[in-house]
Design a protein around this ligand. Structure first.
Ligand code: GLN
Length: 290
């Protein structure tokens, strides 16, 4: 089949759902992924044809896209902060807001990591995107990452291998306080970072079906009655397990900025700052242990 005919079929079937530009970017991602063909070749070689089995693969992708399955899960991979990551239904697709959080940490600590080793913990690592990107972009680190999901840890381990970094992964539930003793014998951390579940059930109606029907609810949702459960637990854990002047970084629910900030103030953190993401929403929080 002619590749450009296939592109037309994608537009006919999908433009109404996603809009023309997004369908083009899906199509380009697919030809790069399945055919290893850079997108400009589509214009340079209008007669480019694909085999029967390749055609079948593209039709399968088309079906998945019609069902609003995210392209990152269809391809099984995505990019975060310029690095490649495997993703599947057991881990969230990394978000641009999280790239902003990681960027903030890298910018603040890159000089320091050249002089001494930084010990870092990522709580609720999922695909491992935060932990791995920090290990890759800071000169000298010892990075730990934990998650309650065995399947997520498996994905994160693959990602660490793919990106050629060494991370210590721990499968445990941060909400179960008895697990905190795992860290008792260790030296304390310079940085603790987390993007825990923070979407309230009541916010479900604002969410798109591609997220709601495909991404792991375990990583997204918290009860309306206790939306800051993870933040409170991790803040208390950080108060005990950070070095003096160690820093705590959170990605947060934009509607709960002040309440989340107050948790850090109550736990005696200093230099507590609420920062906005590119959309102007309160999205990042940082504090320093006194
Ligand atoms: N930012 C994600 C979303 O809106 C939520 C991530 C999280 O719950 N930690 O889908």
């Amino acid at each position: 089949m002619l590749l450009k005919d296939l592109q037309n079929i994608f537009h006919i079937e999908l433009d109404a759902i996603y809009g023309k530009n997004e369908v083009d970017s899906f199509f380009f991602l697919c030809i790069e992924h399945y055919l290893d063909l850079p997108r400009f070749q589509l214009t340079l070689q209008p007669e480019f044809t694909i085999s029967k089995s390749e055609t079948n693969t593209f039709f399968k992708v088309l079906e998945d896209l019609k069902q609003q399955k995210p392209i990152q899960y269809i391809l099984g991979e995505t990019e975060f902060y310029g690095l490649p990551f495997i993703v599947n239904k057991n881990v969230l697709i990394p978000r641009p807001e999280t790239e902003e959080l990681v960027d903030l940490i890298i910018k603040r600590h890159s000089e320091r990591s050249k002089e001494s080793q930084l010990k870092i913990l990522d709580v609720g690592t999922g695909s491992g995107c935060i932990a791995i990107t920090l290990a890759k972009n800071l000169t000298n680190t010892q990075v730990y990452a934990l998650d309650v999901s065995k399947q997520a840890i498996e994905v994160a381990k693959e990602n660490a291998k793919w990106n050629n970094v060494i991370i210590t992964f721990i499968e445990t539930d941060i909400l179960n306080e008895s697990c905190h003793s795992v860290f008792d014998t260790e030296s304390k951390f310079d940085i603790i970072v987390s993007n825990p579940p923070y979407v309230r059930e009541l916010e479900k109606r604002e969410m798109k079906p591609n997220v709601l029907d495909n991404e792991p609810h375990l990583a997204l949702f918290v009860e309306d009655e206790n939306p800051l459960l993870f933040y409170k637990t991790i803040t208390d854990f950080a108060a005990d397990n950070l070095e003096l002047k160690g820093e705590l970084y959170f990605e947060i629910n934009q509607y709960l900025g002040d309440e989340t900030k107050q948790l850090l103030l109550d736990a005696n953190f200093t230099d507590v700052e609420l920062l906005k993401d590119l959309n102007g929403s309160n999205r990042m929080l940082k504090g320093t242990k006194k």
